[in-house]
Design a protein around this ligand. Sequence first.
Ligand SMILES: CC(C)(COP(=O)(O)OP(=O)(O)OC[C@H]1O[C@@H](n2cnc3c(N)ncnc32)[C@H](O[C@H]2O[C@H](COP(=O)(O)OP(=O)(O)OP(=O)(O)O)[C@@H](O)[C@H]2O)[C@@H]1O)[C@@H](O)C(=O)NCCC(=O)NCCS
Ligand SMILES: Nc1ncnc2[nH]cnc12
Length: 285
Amino acid sequence: MNPIVRSVSTPRVDVDSARMGRLAIASLHAELACDLKPGLVTPFDTGSHDDMDAGTFLRSLFALRHYFRAVASASARGDGFEVLRQHGIAAETAMLRATGGVNTHRGAIFSLGLLVASASAYRQSSSTTPTGEQVCEGVRQWAHALGAAPLDPHSPGQRARIRHDVAGVREQAAAGYPVLRTLALPTLRHAIAAGLSREAALCHTLMHLVAHVDDLNLLHRGGAEGLHWAREQATGFIDGGGAFAPGWRARLQTICNAFAARRLSPGGSADLLACSWFLLQQERA
Ligand SMILES: CC(C)(COP(=O)(O)OP(=O)(O)OC[C@H]1O[C@@H](n2cnc3c(N)ncnc32)[C@H](O[C@H]2O[C@H](COP(=O)(O)OP(=O)(O)OP(=O)(O)O)[C@@H](O)[C@H]2O)[C@@H]1O)[C@@H](O)C(=O)NCCC(=O)NCCS
Ligand SMILES: Nc1ncnc2[nH]cnc12
C-alpha cells in the first residue's frame, strides 16, 4: 500500500474489530476450559505437558488480548499480509514473555489470526456476516504471500512436516482450511443442533479432528506411529458414538490417560477446535 495513503479507522471498523478480538480470545478460552481433551491442558489436567498448565494458557490469553483486535482492524482497513505477519510476530513475542518462554499459542496466533483477519475483511467489504465456511475460504486471498513468507526449517512443525512428507499449518491456510470447512464446522454444527452441551460438542469435534488432521505436534512427539495410534483411538471413540453415546465421558477419560502415558499432545487439533468455535460464534456476532 502507498505509504502516503494512511489507513483510516472509522468507529464502525473499531467496534467490529474489538468484537472480533473478544470472540477470538473467548474461543481460545472455550478450548482451554473444555475438559477431557486427550494429552492437552485443561483446568483440571496438564495432559502430556510438564512445562505448562491452565495458568500458563491464561497468561498467554491475556498477552494476546490486543493482537486479534489489531489484525481485525488492519485487515478491515485493507492492510496487506506483511502487516498481519508483523502483528503475529509481535504477538508471539508477547506470548513468550507472558509464559516464560513456553509455546502455548504459536499456531493459534497464526491460524486464528488469519481467520479473524478474513472475517473482519469480509464484514467490512460486504456489510454482511459471513458463514464460517466463507471465512475459511477468505484466507486463500493470502495463499501466495503465505508461500513466500520466511519459514524456520528447523521448527518442530517443519522438521515433522519434511520428515513425514505431510502438509502443515501453512498449507492448510493457503487452501482455506479445508479440514475446518468440510469436517470440524459440520461436526460442531450438528452436535450443537442435536442438543449436546458446549463441552460435549467440543470434545466430539476435537476427536474428529484428531482422527483426521496431520497434527504436526503428534508427529513431532510420536512420529508416524504416534500419529497412527492417536488416530486409531479417536476413530474408535467416534465409531462408538462419540459424545452422543451414554458413558462417553468415562470412555474419553480412559483415552486421556492413554495419551498422557504416551506423552502425546494434539496441539494442532486444539488450535483448530478453537478456530471452529470462533467461526461459529462470529456467525452470530
Ligand atoms: C506458520 C507458523 C505457525 C510457523 O509454522 P512452523 O511449522 O514453522 O511452526 P510450528 O510451531 O512448528 O508448527 C505449527 C504450529 O501450528 C499448530 N499445528 C500443528 N499441526 C497443525 C495442523 N495440521 N493444522 C493446523 N495447526 C497445526 C501447532 O500449534 C499448537 O501447538 C503448540 C503447543 O503444543 P506443544 O506440543 O506444547 O508444542 P511445542 O511446545 O512446540 O512442542 P513440545 O516441545 O512441547 O513437544 C502451540 O504452538 C499451539 O498453537 C504447531 O506448533 C507461524 O509461527 C509463523 O510463521 N508465524 C509468523 C506470524 C504470522 O505469519 N502470523 C499470521 C498473522 S495473521
Ligand atoms: N489446551 C491445550 N493444551 C496443549 N496444547 C495446546 N495448544 C493449544 N491448546 C492447547
